[in-house]
Design a protein around this ligand. Structure first.
Ligand code: KG4
Ligand code: ZN
Length: 341
């Protein structure tokens, strides 16, 4: 049996897991930092990297102890080295390289976005490839043609804000705190999604598999505050029902765009399977509407459970695929922050 330690520190979660080549999860530890970023309404890169430095070794240690595995028992150490925040990525990479060198354990690189889609394979226990992959997180809104776990061709992405970023920014405008996605979802429970007519940018453009959420965010802002400044006093004066209705209207607009482009990607690729990953895939309204859509249109839908949608190290089990393909790294392995959107 092959056992791997997987390390994740691409954004603001410090995570480690031990998995085996049958995709059994022997342990999983996630240390969240969201309380540190809360008052800024988004992730502050410098705070994130410092918090990773404090947490990384205790998190790895806990993952090994939970799995009752010693470093000497590991067949490889895998780390997400792309894409993400540079300072955050570096902390995970240096930890992985140090352990790899000190204990003479092979090193494997993880593409964080491929890992988000691979969470569907881990959860279902089925081969989900080939498929259309949709990643909707705080940093990304991307569609891929996924031939295999390790062979992704980009089909489209956001041309401005990521979906999760839009959730976070709109939540901040509504005085709902960070992370914004869960807060908007909760506020929307009591809201009327039809009260505000918000735009669905690019939704009906049949040529493009891209997203755009910046105009939607601006439309929310104008609807609530006009051209004036968005200051804490104006936010404090918002009527709770207006907040709930706006949360529901905004959420519905984002979901409309995600569903429309997923459908277009399925048509363009001819694939019958859609795999979704990333924090926004935890959204209950989205999950319900896309499941209805899949039932209506007749394609296979895979969305992992909530804890495998947001950042975690279990999805790093994609490293098993690289292990089998003999794709190991030298200690010269570097980070590749790439596009943060
Ligand atoms: O994948 P993730 O944990 O980290 C990144 O790689 O970015 O995604 C975090 C994003 C945040 O923007 C957060 O607001 C959003 O996912 N999110 C949600 C929900 N839970 C997390 N968005 C909408 N509804 C949710 N329930
Ligand atoms: Zn992520």
């Amino acid at each position: 049996m092959i056992r791997l330690l997987t390390i994740e520190s691409t954004c603001d979660e410090t995570a480690a897991a031990v998995v085996d080549d049958q995709l059994n999860v022997l342990s999983s530890v996630v240390a969240s930092q969201s309380h540190l970023h809360d008052r800024y309404g988004g992730v502050v890169p410098e705070i994130a990297s410092r918090a990773h430095v404090e947490r990384i070794m205790p998190v790895i240690d806990q993952a090994l102890r939970q799995a009752q595995v010693d470093l000497a028992d590991l067949d490889a150490i895998a780390v997400a080295n792309q894409p993400g925040l540079a300072g955050s990525l570096l902390v995970g990479l240096i930890a992985a390289k140090t352990l790899s060198f000190a204990h003479d354990i092979p090193l494997i690189a993880i593409d964080h976005l491929q890992a988000h889609i691979y969470a569907c394979q881990i959860d279902s226990g089925l081969n989900v490839f080939p498929c259309v992959g949709l990643i909707v997180s705080g940093g990304h809104s991307n569609l891929y043609r996924c031939e295999t776990a390790l062979d992704f061709t980009p089909l489209g992405s956001t041309i401005d804000d990521a979906a999760g970023e839009a959730f976070d920014k709109v939540a901040s405008m509504l005085g709902l705190g960070y992370p914004g996605g869960p807060a908007i979802q909760k506020a929307a429970e009591n809201g009327n999604p039809k009260r505000f007519k918000l735009p669905r940018p690019l939704k009906d453009n049949p040529e493009r598999l891209d997203f755009s959420f910046s105009g939607l965010k601006t439309a929310v802002r104008y609807e609530l505050f006009g051209p004036g400044k968005v200051d804490p006093e104006a936010i404090a004066e918002l009527d709770p029902q207006r907040i709930a209705d706006m949360a529901a209207s905004f959420q519905d607009a984002v979901v409309d765009c995600l569903i429309a482009k997923s459908e277009l990607a399925l048509i363009k690729t001819g694939f019958q399977r859609l795999c979704i990953g990333g924090g926004v895939a935890a959204n209950s309204h989205f999950r319900q509407r896309i499941a209805d859509h899949a039932g209506r249109i007749g394609y296979e839908l895979f969305i992992p459970p909530l804890k495998l949608c947001t950042d975690n190290a279990v999805m790093g089990a994609i490293a098993v695929e690289r292990y089998r393909a003999g794709l190991f790294e030298q200690l010269s392995l570097d980070i590749c922050p790439g596009l943060v959107r």
